[in-house]
Write a protein that binds this ligand. Structure first.
Ligand SMILES: [Zn+2]
Length: 305
């Protein structure tokens, strides 16, 4: 996505509502490892004991999971975010707007990121959002989801998966809903693509309150905007205290829009790298594959009791 129309400024919130996310003004906008199934089964088996107290059991005794995601396929992610992640050996998810100029210009770099274990997720062709909501003057008639049928959008999203397969060779995918807008010409299009994805992020929220009831097809995210490293780390610690997960959706890192500074980003990554035993940081794909398997095990246990 895409930045915000109002000038950055004075009372900039540290976390923005996804519904508020907007493309930047035209000037900015235009050019504007998956573990094997066996490994997941082993991890689940290894955590059976932990399930006895009712808490959600993360692999290897971790207290919480952390998903680092970066939306829209923009240059500052290639320039700053991926090198920072690779320096500390953490894997993240990049939600690709297929029409992104950065993807067209720097395809080999995006492909290399996938080869290094980062996830390329689907974020639609054109990042269509509703022009009818407040602060959406940036939504062009062509990109107005209110006048695009759900059926056409679904076709584009499936073609997006084909294009992503051509980039990274993967057959499984996760999805992030642009702007959190789930209605295309009044019809919920997200419900039509559940079968195409392992999991879907949609809308804003903080730390996941309860893993057992988490809907894998409506996982809320936190979108930092000018947050400090300390504020980001506080959310990770909150997830640890709750035993659940935190889903960060970043945009610009040290540049572009809805920006998190390189310093704050580095501080978060250093904290996560230093506490790998406590916080399981991985791609959204890997985390949600585990979560769904774990939810299914627990469901079976509950029905058998
Ligand atoms: Zn976006």
């Amino acid at each position: 996505m895409l930045g915000r129309m109002q000038p950055r400024g004075v009372a900039s919130p540290q976390f923005v509502e996804v519904a508020d996310l907007a493309y930047p003004p035209d000037t900015m906008k235009r050019p504007p490892v998956l573990p094997a199934v066996a490994a997941i089964c082993l991890a689940i088996a290894a955590t059976q004991a932990g399930a006895a107290d009712g808490a959600f059991a993360w692999p290897h005794g971790a207290r919480a999971a952390v998903s680092l995601a970066y939306d829209d396929a923009i240059d500052s992610q290639l320039d700053n975010a991926i090198p920072a992640l690779d320096r500390v050996g953490l894997r993240a998810s990049f939600y690709i707007k297929l029409a992104s100029p950065s993807l067209a210009r720097r395809m080999p770099e995006w492909r290399a990121a996938a080869a290094h274990g980062h996830e390329l997720g689907n974020h639609t062709f054109f990042h269509q959002c509703s022009a009818a909501l407040p602060d959406r003057a940036w939504v062009t008639p062509e990109d107005n989801i209110d006048t695009t049928s759900a059926a056409r959008l679904v076709e584009q999203i499936r073609l997006g998966n084909t294009m992503l397969h051509a980039i990274d060779g993967k057959d499984e995918r996760t999805f992030t809903v642009p702007c959190g807008d789930v209605l295309a010409a009044g019809e919920n299009y997200v419900k039509l693509i559940h079968g195409d994805f392992v999991a879907i992020k949609s809308g804003s929220g903080g730390v996941v309150p309860d893993m057992a009831t988490l809907d894998p097809y409506a996982v809320a995210v936190t979108a930092p905007d000018g947050a400090t490293g300390e504020q980001l780390i506080a959310l990770v610690k909150e997830a640890g205290a709750k035993g659940t997960m935190i889903n960060f959706t970043f945009h610009g890192i040290g540049g572009d829009y809805i920006t998190t500074s390189n310093a704050a980003h580095a501080e978060l990554l250093a904290f996560l790298a230093a506490h790998r035993d406590v916080y399981w940081t991985d791609t959204f794909m890997n985390i949600m594959t585990y979560v769904k398997a774990r939810q299914s095990v627990r469901g079976k246990q509950e029905t058998s009791h």
